[in-house]
Design a protein around this ligand. Structure first.
Ligand code: F3S
Length: 398
């Protein structure tokens, strides 16, 4: 692999130990994937932030890297942590978990990263431009960045994203290259796809077929940013999809020759299979989680309208970024008056949810519904926002 003079200096340690460690990771990845060179990145999103996933070994790894002088050189944000970084005590996170989580965040801070913890950096003003090379880690954010924005990123692991943030480069392979951005499957959607949860069900179905490849989706009449974010999240969960195209909607779908000659055609006549596979048969609901991927201001507003003046029977968590909840302060107040909780910086999947004793979850997210049975040991009901909020009010799925 070809390195510039400066990259070579980083690699041999002339710029310090922290930078050398980062360059070693980037070069090793480049060799594995036969990259010919590195590309500059100015925007990084680091996953692997929750102590639930990192454990003590992860804390040691980060603290040691910080001690070696690892410092980010480009704009870097973090994926959700395992708790609300400010309000964790009131919400009920355990002290022991919180202290470990704060050590993780402090290690990132020492590396020059401000603790902006969200899986939707594009909703807080961090919007890369079309064709820009970036290094993002969170699977749903990667799908959004590649597909909806037309930026270019592989799905980085925690250490490789952090390494890219430190040296401002990543190895040029995979989705950084034109030839890997063409579709391998063409889906013709023949049924109506309207609601946020419809997009989640559709994503679940497509991901299971596509498995790591690129789908081109036809037949979607309209969508919005929130629907596209959950479509990508769902496909990433069920099939590790990192890039998709939607006819007339996503930017690269409008380019010529975006399908491989061997692309397979598949029709989708109904969303039933997606809904059925994400639903259990429980009826009593003790926990409702909205905000996977992190809720936008618009979603927080819709929730507030649905709970206004009501008293909730089930625990309601709305997970979002600190930026969105501050912008939606009046709506957050309405949700809290009804007994709901708006959590910043975290989410259902990366929080130590088992500590809270919930059993039966209702969610409108195809990704949360996919992961909750295994990651959080919860029975799941999956459906529209209206149905989920109704379940929060009545404690029952109807
Ligand atoms: Fe984001 Fe957590 Fe869902 S990281 S995409 S809210 S699982």
């Amino acid at each position: 692999m070809e390195l510039t003079k400066e990259e070579e200096q980083m690699f041999v340690g002339e710029k310090g130990e922290g930078i050398q460690k980062a360059m070693e990771i980037i070069v090793a990845l480049g060799k594995i994937y036969n990259a010919e060179k590195l590309v500059q990145v100015k925007n990084v999103q680091v996953s692997g932030v929750s102590y639930k996933n990192l454990g003590d070994a992860g804390i040691d790894f980060l603290e040691e890297w910080a001690k070696k002088g690892g410092k980010v050189s480009v704009k870097t944000t973090l994926n959700p942590a395992g708790m609300d970084l400010e309000n964790w005590k009131n919400i009920g996170f355990k002290e022991e978990f919180a202290q470990k989580q704060l050590r993780v965040i402090n290690a990132f801070k020492r590396m020059g990263i401000s603790p902006v913890c969200t899986c939707t950096p594009y909703l807080i003003g961090n919007m890369p431009h079309f064709g820009e090379h970036i290094a993002w880690g969170e699977s749903s954010a990667v799908a959004f960045a590649n597909s909806v924005i037309g930026a270019r990123t592989n799905r980085e692991g925690g250490p490789s994203a952090l390494a890219a943030a430190i040296v401002g480069r990543t190895a040029c392979y995979g989705f950084h290259l034109n030839e890997n951005r063409k579709a391998d499957f063409i889906f013709e959607v023949k049924c109506e796809v309207k609601d946020f949860s419809d997009f989640g069900a559709l994503g679940n179905m497509i991901g299971k077929v596509v498995k790591n490849k690129v789908p081109f989706i036809k037949g979607i009449k309209e969508s919005n940013q929130d629907n596209l974010k959950v479509l990508g999240a769902s496909m990433a969960a069920s099939g590790a999809v990192a890039l998709f195209h939607i006819d007339r909607i996503t930017p690269e779908a409008k380019l010529k020759n975006m399908m491989n000659d061997s692309a397979e055609n598949i029709n989708i006549e109904s969303l039933d299979e997606g809904y059925n596979s994400l639903n259990s048969d429980v009826n009593e609901i003790d926990f409702v989680s909205i905000g996977c991927p992190h809720a936008s201001v618009e979603e927080i507003k819709k929730i507030a309208e649905l709970v206004k003046g009501k008293k909730l029977k089930a625990e309601l968590w709305v997970t979002t970024s600190r930026y969105a909840s501050e912008k939606a302060r009046d709506y957050v107040n309405i949700i809290e008056q009804a007994g709901g909780k708006v959590l910043n910086d975290t989410c259902l999947v990366v929080a130590p949810i088992e500590d809270f004793g919930f059993k039966n979850l209702a969610t409108n997210s195809g990704k949360a519904a996919f992961y909750a049975p295994t990651y959080s040991k919860l029975n799941v009901r999956f459906g529209s926002l209206e149905r989920c909020i109704n379940a929060a009010i009545k404690g029952r799925w109807e």
